[in-house]
Design a protein. Structure first.
Ligand SMILES: Cc1cc2nc3c(=O)[nH]c(=O)nc-3n(C[C@H](O)[C@H](O)[C@H](O)COP(=O)(O)OP(=O)(O)OC[C@H]3O[C@@H](n4cnc5c(N)ncnc54)[C@H](O)[C@@H]3O)c2cc1C
Length: 492
């Protein structure tokens, strides 16, 4: 077998997946039907966890360097008065990055694809589509068609990852059904470049106007994104014309100084694949789940899939990892994705009220409940967003800056790609007694305490506080930086 893994689809999820596999030395073939990356921006925002995953792929600077970080997001009523604010500049979930970023999807995808150049064992074939797939005891066989020559070839690999989007051929070929529902209302999404002084609403805003719900925000690289719900009597074809677009965008950007790069109509879905695995075949990203975009989590959820599955696949390929390790992919990812989708649907209910009286009630109630400090904090500090946690309650480990050997860096950059065993209780015997997979061992020392060159100095105090709160002095972290166990002896 020339390849260990075939990744079907080189959208953002497939491209990130191949980078994460490449970084672990996995021989990977990526096949993509289109000959060039998408020119059109679709996903627009990503969160701190997504950035931590790009960081794990070694692409943080390339991908995130130019992202736009909004300071706050507002929910305003039909009169433009804010009834809820998410104060993003007051939010820090402790993962090492700001909680919300806006990016340009074509640039993001180009940076992810450029990442393949680092790995001679990652091959991208564009203009090639998956036609069929079969599985036997030892491998999966994919039939690929070159769209230029119509020639079909077969490739055998240990695993096939369906990152081929909402209409996934992989999912269909594996006989996996989608369940859920689709929203009837069409939306118009408009993206464009703004000239200096063109922006009339500079804040990320959910316009909860019962006559025309909309989302508007400045983006990266002097762009502006607007999404408008269309009314039943509006013909989508008319609404994408220059006149209609100019009328809609005018309250937010000056149409004369706004160059539209994209105006398309689409509908939302809340769908999930019945199974995310069929023996050697796995589904990731939109192939596995699609959710409404009100929380900006569609793509982020796909990135989490990639971070969860790739280290497990690498372990399974290089050792006799138990079969349950690969089964844990769906078991761990499905509940979190469903929680994100549900929160997104609930936000949509607040946002999409289409009746004047109901909208009035919503505005009054939401303003009133925020008089309760706990509720106000929940909204203002974005605490309604589901935390990165596994179903058994294990959490993602914080990522403060630390100092090792006199150099200050983000924690993950020190820990490297494997398991990590760290804490104030790590000593010479910890590594000697360890019988788990490849791991890095680091003693955590509070700032100002005696230390050696190899110790990890907790200059912010966050790690010391974490260990005190969890009443432990050693923690084992998985490669995706979720806590594996906080009692090292359990793993041995
Ligand atoms: C209007 C809109 C706004 C959104 N905003 C956000 C947001 O702000 N934040 C966010 O996180 N998400 C957002 N999303 C969701 C996000 O765009 C998707 O979740 C994300 O693009 C999915 O990525 P993917 O790689 O799984 O699939 P895709 O991007 O669809 O990529 C799949 C790839 O597979 C290829 N392919 C398909 N079939 C085959 C085949 N048989 N053989 C070979 N190749 C194949 C396709 O050509 C494509 O390149 C939004 C979505 C929409 C529609």
């Amino acid at each position: 077998m020339e390849f260990d893994v075939v990744v079907v689809g080189c959208g953002p999820v497939g491209a990130l997946t191949a980078n994460l596999l490449g970084a672990r030395g996995v021989r990977t073939l990526v096949v993509e039907r289109d000959t060039a990356p998408h020119r059109q921006p679709r996903a627009f925002s990503c969160d701190d966890e997504a950035l931590r995953i790009y960081q794990q792929a070694g692409l943080l600077t390339e991908v995130a360097g130019d992202m736009h970080q909004p300071r706050r997001a507002e929910y305003v009523n039909a009169k433009g008065r804010a009834f809820a604010t998410i104060a993003l500049d007051e939010v820090d979930f402790g993962l090492g990055h700001r909680p919300l970023h806006f990016f340009d999807q074509p640039r993001l995808e180009a940076a992810l694809r450029a990442g393949f150049d680092r790995f001679p064992h990652v091959t991208l074939r564009t203009g090639v589509e998956l036609m069929r797939l079969t599985q036997d005891e030892g491998a999966a066989t994919v039939t690929l068609r070159d769209l230029a020559t119509d020639e079909e070839t077969e490739v055998r690999a240990k695993y096939v990852l369906g990152c081929d989007g909402a209409r996934s051929t992989t999912r269909v070929a594996a006989g996996i059904a989608l369940t859920g529902s689709s929203y009837a209302e069409p939306w118009l999404a408009v993206s464009g470049d703004v000239a200096p002084g063109a922006v009339r609403v500079p804040t990320t805003t959910f316009v909860c106007d019962w006559r025309r719900p909309a989302f508007v925000s400045p983006g990266a690289f002097d762009t502006y994104r607007l999404e408008f719900m269309l009314r039943p009597d509006e013909d989508p074809a008319d609404m994408t014309g220059p006149g209609a677009v100019a009328r809609l965008v005018a309250p937010y950007v000056d149409p004369d100084r706004f160059t539209v790069t994209r105006a398309i109509v689409y509908t939302f879905h809340h769908l999930v694949a019945e199974r995310w695995r069929d023996r050697r075949v796995f589904l990731l990203g939109d192939a596995a789940h699609q959710m409404p975009p009100f929380l900006g989590q569609g793509l982020c959820s796909g990135l989490r899939d990639a971070a969860n599955l790739t280290w497990k696949l690498a372990l399974a390929l290089e050792s006799d990892a138990p079969g349950s390790l690969l089964d844990s992919y769906e078991a761990e990812r499905r509940p979190h994705t469903e929680a994100m989708a549900l929160t997104s649907v609930r936000l949509g209910r607040v946002f999409l009220v289409r009746n004047r009286f109901a909208a009035f009630l919503r505005d009054v109630v939401l303003r009133a409940v925020q008089a309760v400090p706990r509720v106000r904090r929940l909204v203002r500090h974005f605490e309604f967003k589901p935390l990165p946690a596994l179903p058994d309650g294990r959490v993602m480990f914080p990522q403060p800056e630390v100092v090792v050997g006199g150099v200050r860096r983000l924690l993950d950059d020190v820990l490297g790609p494997d398991f990590a065993v760290l804490g104030p209780g790590v000593d010479g015997s910890t590594a000697r007694d360890w019988s788990g997979p490849r791991a890095r061992f680091l003693r955590v020392v509070a700032e100002g305490r005696p230390r050696t060159e190899d110790d990890l100095v907790d200059v912010t105090g966050e790690l010391t506080a974490w260990f005190a709160r969890h009443r432990t002095d050693v923690v084992v972290l998985r490669p995706d930086r979720f806590v594996h166990t906080d009692q090292v002896r359990k793993t041995q």
